[in-house]
Design a protein around this ligand. Structure first.
Ligand SMILES: Cc1cc2nc3c(=O)[nH]c(=O)nc-3n(C[C@H](O)[C@H](O)[C@H](O)COP(=O)(O)O)c2cc1C
Length: 270
């Protein structure tokens, strides 16, 4: 291994991203586990609390290579568990909502497509964005009509939601196959989905080419919400809606937990 001093050894771990605190913690674990170390290694472990660690083990015992490796493993595990790692850039944002976007062809025949690349863009005027690959049938329809509805599905229809992301409306009537119910919207041609408690009617304001996906910026021109997810005539209570989220890394659907606190609760006096 060729360590000149314990401090060299310590430095190796610090260079890997271990903080002094982590080093001390790991040092204690090593000392308490009864593995014998030579004094200079123990000194090296000390860092901030050198004397404390040192005082626990005053014996000068030469370590052998097997012992050194096992100590090294303990350290590497500690460092791995407690430090930040860098990953390649990817969509690692969570939670991402899962929505069902509806669109229509020129004859008014509706299509529905599952999207996870959907999100809030602006509060006033209220705008949301959906990103769709040009290969999707929905892309073709929305480009032509400049309208879509973002429907929020619930855990009760997660299977139907998955299905709508597996097959294309070019070949399959997804409303017929899933038995989801199209309902006439007020301000746009694409239908609402009855089984989705909240539906956002949108008119396309802009389309931006991003790469694999094109972003359709939509202004929300009307909102529809089921009475049973509302707690006042003007307020949707999303806590009552079993929304579905998407884990873009594991590619799995997740539900949502309970409310963790209302907006600004950190500022309120206890
Ligand atoms: C959970 C999930 C999320 C998806 N998110 C997107 C998305 O954000 N953008 C996209 O272009 N396709 C997305 N897809 C794929 C489309 O839903 C899929 O290609 C679908 O068959 C397209 O339907 P269409 O051709 O009828 O428009 C997603 C699929 C699933 C299952």
């Amino acid at each position: 291994m060729g360590f000149e001093t314990g401090d060299d050894w310590l430095l190796k771990f610090i260079n890997k991203g271990a903080t002094a605190e982590e080093m001390i913690k790991a040092g204690r674990m090593v000392v308490e586990s009864g593995i014998h170390l030579s004094e200079y290694v123990i000194l090296g472990l000390g860092g901030v609390e050198r004397s404390e660690v040192h005082s626990k083990n005053k014996t000068k015992v030469k370590f052998n290579i097997v012992e050194l490796y096992s100590i090294l493993n303990v350290f590497e595990r500690c460092i791995f568990l407690s430090s930040k790692k860098e990953l390649k850039p990817a969509i690692a944002l969570y939670p991402t909502p899962v929505v069902l976007a509806t669109s229509v062809d020129e004859k008014g025949k509706p299509n529905v497509c599952t999207l996870a690349w959907a999100g809030v863009l602006c509060s006033e005027p209220p705008q949301i964005g959906i990103s769709i690959r040009p290969s999707r049938y929905s892309h073709e329809l929305i480009i032509k009509t400049k309208e879509y509805v973002v429907n929020i599905p619930t855990a009760d229809i997660v299977k139907e939601t998955d299905y709508c992301g597996m097959v294309t409306g070019k070949k399959v009537d997804k409303f017929k196959e899933t038995k989801l119910t199209p309902v006439k919207a007020k301000k746009v041609k694409p239908p609402l989905i009855k089984e989705c408690p909240v539906n956002l009617e949108c008119k396309v304001k802009d389309i931006i080419k991003l790469g694999a996906h094109d972003l359709f910026i939509g202004e929300i021109v009307n909102i529809n919400a089921d009475a049973d997810v509302m707690d006042s005539p003007t307020n949707i209570n999303f806590g009552k809606l079993k929304a579905i989220t998407w884990n873009p890394i594991s590619r799995e659907y997740y539900g949502l937990g309970e409310s963790l606190g209302e907006y600004g609760f950190s500022q309120k006096k206890q």
